[in-house]
Design a binder for this molecule. Structure first.
Ligand code: NAD
Ligand code: UDP
Length: 359
């Protein structure tokens, strides 16, 4: 005999962060592809708190349910396990199209799939936008500028990309995605927004993300020598902050909440040309390693240089005048404040992993 259990809600009702009330007229139905990822999950949070109905679509390649689990069960929230390479049908007002691996080791893992995600996935989202007359925003990237010969990079710069290098699957995938957006706009009158996102960091980056901020923080937090016993032999492993190349290459880092604000402002503007979203504060990777190590109290990690990566862009800094003029956006968070929050996040993650994933 099967006895139906009492619903868990009988004993326990999950509590949610309180969201703004909106009536039918101002409440939007919003699809976020890549919604379980690092940036996507922060966008979910902001739009949920603002009272909209959110569908977070993800294939969980690099995203995690944990990033959005606090909304599961909320009447305004839906999680969809789907791959954007396949068509998807739904009725929505806006589409934030973020689905794509973003860190070099992730997008190089399966380059063919990266190209399919950025081409077929973008066609599917544009086809959906065309059918339901939704506005679609593409999460494009500063990588469309490649290893730039113009510095800082304005949106009018066409870029310097190697079509057959290891980064091509991502760079060219995003460049085609931008071209698809413009073609659907011209030919089918789909409302489009193109955000060229520069390096972004913050809590919920994947532990194995492989991008420089998470790598350096994890390496700085784990500086203590650890001992691994193996066939009764003791090996001592040291952690280093590993710089690829001589460390003179530059990047400009923005905190994730600034990016999310910029994406929402762009979506709700009526501007359809590409807009750089990034923080113009530029550092060499060598300086950046030292900044992170100094922010991790007591870290003794050594900074070492490794072989440089092929086609690694040597300098990158956004020209953000267009964002300021067209969508009245500028970054607000100081890099140091963002880094301290991110270090705390990774410290907690490392502790949680030591406890076998228990809270
Ligand atoms: P992320 O890897 O954390 O998020 C990407 C999400 O997309 C993941 O949840 C992943 O599972 C999902 N995804 C990947 N392929 C998919 C597919 N075929 N179908 C459905 N879901 C799929 O990376 P992120 O940093 O959050 O990046 C989000 C977007 O922003 C990406 O499009 C990326 O190219 C862009 N971007 C990010 C940065 C940055 O510094 N974080 C910089 C430039 C551009
Ligand atoms: N980098 C590094 N050590 C790392 C990871 C990255 O020195 O552990 C360098 C990388 O070669 C690049 C910069 O840091 O010059 C930024 O790399 P990331 O992968 O974060 O993003 P990218 O801007 O290259 O896409």
């Amino acid at each position: 005999e099967i006895v139906a259990p009492l619903p868990t809600t009988f004993f326990f009702r999950k509590s949610f962060p309180s969201v703004r009330y909106r009536n039918e007229e101002t409440r939007k139905r919003i699809l976020i592809t890549g919604g379980a990822g690092f940036v996507g999950s922060h966008l979910v949070d902001k739009l949920m708190l603002d009272g909209h109905e959110i569908i977070a679509l993800d294939n969980y390649f690099t995203g995690r349910k944990k990033n959005i689990e606090h909304w599961i069960g909320h009447p305004n929230f839906e999680m969809v396990h789907h791959d954007v390479v396949n068509p998807y049908f739904v009725e929505v007002d806006q589409i934030y199209h973020l689905a794509s691996p973003a860190s070099p080791p992730h997008y190089m893992y399966n380059p063919v799939k990266t190209i399919k995600t950025n081409t077929l996935g973008t066609i599917n989202m544009l086809g959906l936008a065309k059918r339901v007359k939704a506005t679609v925003l593409l999460a494009s990237t500063s990588e469309v500028y490649g290893d730039p010969e113009v510095h800082p990079q304005p949106e009018t710069y066409w870029g310097h990309v190697n079509t057959i290098g290891p980064r091509a699957c991502y760079d060219e995938g995003k460049r085609v995605a931008e071209s698809l957006m413009v073609a659907y706009n011209k030919q089918e009158n789909v409302q489009i927004r193109i955000a060229r996102i520069f390096n972004t960091f913050g809590p919920r980056m994947h532990m194995n993300d492989g991008r420089v901020v998470s790598n350096f923080i994890i390496q700085a937090l784990q500086d203590k020598p650890i001992t691994v016993s193996y066939y009764n032999v003791l090996f001592v492993l040291f952690y280093f902050l590993q710089i690829y190349g001589n460390g003179t290459q530059t990047r400009s880092f923005q905190y994730v909440t600034d990016l999310v604000d910029g994406l929402i402002k762009l979506m709700n503007s009526n501007y359809s040309l590409p807009v750089n979203i990034g923080n113009p504060e530029e550092h060499t990777i060598g300086q950046f390693a030292a900044i992170i190590r100094d922010l991790v109290p007591g870290s003794q990690s050594e900074i070492i240089n490794q072989e440089s990566q092929q086609d690694d862009p040597q300098q990158r800094r956004p020209d953000i005048r267009r964002a300021a003029e067209q969508i009245q956006w500028r970054p607000q968070v100081l890099m140091k404040d963002g880094l301290l929050k991110t270090i705390e996040y990774f410290r907690a993650e490392i502790d949680r992993n030591k406890r076998g994933g228990k809270p």
